[in-house]
Structure formats: C-alpha cells, structure tokens
Design a protein around this ligand. Structure first.
Ligand code: PLP
Length: 340
C-alpha cells in the first residue's frame, strides 16, 4: 500500500464524489449555460457573502486573474517572501500582469500590518513602482499550514483602505483555516476584494478553484479567464465534484489536522529530527538532525515502507495529511517513524 504524504493534491475522487460527477447536469459554461457550474458559483458567493464567483481550472489561474484585476503593468504588489504567487506560479505575476513583488519577512509565512504599511511606496514618488495590491495566503503553504489571526488581517485591510490598495486572499487552503480557527467564510468575504479557494487540495476534488468578488470584478475576471485560456465547456462534471466537496468534505478536515499533529508530536520525540515547525492544520514541516542522519537516508528509510514525503530543499522536509490518508495508513506511518 503506497502512503503518499507529498501533498494534499494527491487525492482521487471518492465513490460519492464520482456519483455526483456522473449525474451532473451540464451545458456549455463558456456561454454560462452549465447549470452545475452556475449553481457552484452561486453557492460559493453566498457562503462568503460576496456578490459573484467564477470557476477556474486551477488555483494558479484564479490567483493570477485576481492579480491582473487589481494591477496595471509596472505596478507593485506586497506579499510574504514565502507566497505561492511569488514562488510557485511560474513567475506569472511578472509574465501575466507585468507587476513586481515587494517581499516581506515574518514567521510561518505571515507578516504584520506595520510591515505592510512600511512597504507601501509613496504614490507621488514617481521613481518607485506604484503599490496597488496586498496579497495574503491563508493557510500559508511554505509557512507550514499556519493560520492568520483575523485581527491582523483586519488591520491590514484598514491600511489597504487608507492607501487605496486592493486586497486579495490566496485561500487555496482557507477551508483548513476555517475549520482550525472555527471561523466562517463570511468573516473573510467582509475583508477582501477577491478570494481564491481550491477544491483540489484538502477537499478531495480532481480539479477546480473559484475566484470570489464583486459583480463588477468577477465580470472583468470572465474576460481575463478567457484570455488565459481558462474557459471550459461542460465543466459541470467538475463543478459537481466541488459542490459535493462543499457539502461533505469540509468538517472532516479536522481529522487531517489531528493526524498531522500526532505525526508532529512523534517527530518531536525522535533524536534524528531537528526542528519541527508548529502544526495548526494538515502540513508538517521539519528538519533532520544531519549529524545523525542525512535527509536522503531519512526519505529512503520511509520509502522502504512505501511512505512518500517531499524534500523542500534547505534541509526541510514536508508531510501533508489528506482525504486519502486513512487511519490504517496513519498507524503504519507512526509505527515506521517510531522505529527509525
Ligand atoms: C496549491 C496552491 C495554489 C494553487 O495551485 P494550483 O496547483 O494551481 O491549483 C495556490 N496557492 C497556494 C497557497 C497553494 O498551496
């Protein structure tokens, strides 16, 4: 039995999800005639208390569209140095929008409102790029699945308002944050101009993300999605998986979080393991004590038991728990780690 902990994107649709997909009513979504995609977009917009939503084939495209909506070429956005939009979207910020990133430091992929305020270029100082957007990631991916304090997000929102900046949330794993912090989507809908959410991470869908915002912004996003080549035809088969996931797979994320914490606790007790980053959700990031064991030997030992994890470089390893990681697998993993 292969135990794959490299990411929460490795899940395959469950039988219930496949049934929902197979019986979806579909139409041509490029003509906005797919009833299932329309229902999904309505459902997500309502959940967040926002006016409109648009279905995308990937979280990357949803984020890139958000950035394009809020910026003009030559301008600058502010984000954390760990941000997915900066590190893992193929340089799309510069390629698609002609925008540069002002990168901020801070623990677990998060910065403070004070740092954001200090990073805004004075608008009348025409030598610097004009700051036009602040991007937040919740939970933080490279930051180890950490959840933002919503009070800090409100402070940053105030700074955006005072300075006329747009505010975008990369919420690929926002579902995990909502469950871990017992928050509601509406609390986020009140703060951000646009929010992207993924269905293909913890929620177990094969494909799909949604961008949420005002009617006006989502109207413009439809054109940008077309330009990016993201218009899909009978996309309701995918939309049905997302609706199924919203109705069935959110609360269970707590199980993934519990298992990640149990793995973290055990790692903390092992002598060959260095620092284990704090675990709030489903991501475990840790270092090997390379005096005792090399990273390569560690991963090899796990692979011998068919347990697969990812090397993030710089001596850091990552495990991610997910929908297809069962209790049976979890017990095997704990056992294998315990015997290292
Ligand atoms: C996965 C992820 C995305 C979107 O990635 P896709 O592979 O394009 O769906 C965006 N932001 C974060 C933080 C992610 O983890």
């Amino acid at each position: 039995m292969k135990i794959n902990l490299i990411s929460d994107t490795v899940t395959k649709p469950s039988p219930g999800m496949l049934d929902a997909m197979m019986s979806a009513k579909v139409g041509d979504d490029v003509f906005k005639e797919d009833p299932t995609v329309n229902a999904l977009e309505d459902q997500v917009a309502r959940m967040f208390g926002m006016e409109a939503a648009l279905f995308f084939p990937s979280g990357t495209m949803a984020n890139q569209t958000g950035i394009k909506l809020h910026t003009q070429p030559g301008e600058q956005l502010i984000c954390h140095e760990y941000a997915h939009i900066y590190n893992y979207e193929g340089g799309g910020v510069s390629f698609n929008s002609g925008v540069s990133c002002k990168l901020l430091e801070g623990g677990s992929g998060m910065m403070t409102a004070e740092q954001v305020a200090a990073a805004i270029n004075p608008p009348d100082f025409y030598h610097s790029p004009l700051t036009s957007l602040v991007c937040i990631e919740n939970t933080t991916n490279k930051g180890g699945g950490a959840c933002w304090d919503i009070k800090e997000l409100k402070k940053i929102k105030n700074i955006c308002d005072e300075n006329g900046l747009a505010y975008h949330l990369d919420g690929a794993r926002l579902w995990n944050a909502l469950v871990a912090k017992k928050e509601t989507p509406k609390q986020y809908g009140e703060l951000f101009d646009t929010i992207s959410v993924c269905f293909s991470k913890g929620l177990g869908c094969p494909v799909g993300s949604v961008l949420i915002g005002s009617q006006e912004l989502i109207g413009k996003a439809l054109r940008i999605r077309k330009v990016f080549g993201g218009g899909m035809r009978q996309a309701g088969f995918l939309g049905a998986a997302a609706i199924y996931a919203l109705d069935n797979n959110i609360e269970r994320l707590a199980e993934d979080h519990k298992r990640a914490k149990e793995i973290g606790q055990l790692l903390n007790e092992l002598s060959c393991i260095g620092k284990v980053a704090p675990i709030e959700t489903n991501i475990v990031i840790f270092e090997i004590d390379e005096q005792k064991l090399s990273v390569a030997d560690f991963t090899k030992k796990l692979e011998k038991h068919n347990v697969h994890i990812i090397d993030m470089g710089q001596g850091k390893l990552r495990m991610v728990t997910h929908y297809d990681y069962t209790q049976e697998m979890h017990e095997i993993v704990l056992n294998v780690l315990d015997k290292l």
